[in-house]
Design a protein around this ligand. Structure first.
Ligand SMILES: [Zn+2]
Length: 54
């Protein structure tokens, strides 16, 4: 079981902006923190809410 991603985590790997630095994750490869899309933020918030309710 993986920890739920913070809504504002990196769009590629889900790590928070502070503490991200450079990460390697397909398909982006080496990357720095990047703003998630509105859809990603929404999906992550819904997932968190669903996890809290179960
Ligand atoms: Zn990342």
């Amino acid at each position: 079981m993986t920890a739920l991603t913070t809504p504002n985590g990196c769009r590629w790997c889900g790590i928070e902006q502070r503490g991200h630095f450079q990460q390697w994750k397909p398909p982006a490869g080496w990357h720095t923190w990047e703003q998630p899309t509105q859809d990603q933020i929404k999906a992550r918030m819904l997932a968190r809410r669903a996890a809290r309710n179960t």
